[in-house]
Design a protein. Sequence first.
Length: 289
Amino acid sequence: MAVRFAKYHGIGNDFVVVDLRNADPAIAAKIQDPEVVKAVCDRRFGVGGDGVLAILPATNADVRMRVLNADGSEAEMCGNGIRCVAKELHDRGGLAKSQLAIDTGAGRLICAIHTTHGVTDSVTVAMGAPRLTRAEFPMTGPAGERCIEQSFTVADHTHPITCVSMGNPHAIAFVDSAAAARRSAETLGPATETHPWFPNRTNAEFAYVRSPTEIDLVVWERGCGITQACGTGACSTVVAAILTGRCKEGDEVTVHLPGGALAITVLPGFANVMMRGPATLVYDGELAL
């Protein structure tokens, strides 16, 4: 039993992409098994990656994307991953259209494809409106309340956090330097992910605002640890920066992550969050299952 795969990355956030639209049901089930996902994502004994992205049939969209983290758990969405899936579909998957509709655990998202000589070089994703209440996150506390700059204690350290969901949860802390962002992700990220406030666990962002249009960001991703980039994390961080007066609605904000930069624009009234960034095909392969 074997399955073809493509290795992709979105500014260093890397994935094993498997197109299962016409796959044998047994193969499709096997590659999505949590234990198989963990083995595939192992960087010494497997292909290596931050997750497996399964492309599946959809009823009223072009496809459905399932996001399986490196630890075998499932995420609702992946901002860097959806750009990789969009590129695979446009360039090699028979869907060479200017826009693609992709169903995710966070809802249906529209991807605008930008090409050079017919090949995708970047993708703009309409990520939808941010979810801002505790019930939408989800987190403990009054269901209709927002968590903005609320005092948070973890690993004997107290700092304010702002919580934003882009279909998956993000707890954002603003720090006073780029070095502090990395250090905080390493020391506070693991305990933040599993804090009792967050029944489904959370991603943890540590951000340094260089200016109203530039942010340095390091993300501890739920189920993965520190990654080179996180698209939904970049979106959530810009939303949090606007909520706390650090950035402005309508301005394009460049978010610098360890693997590269993303352009994020939050539309007025938080009506939508636009994410623009590249996707890169690394190689093709075949997995023995």
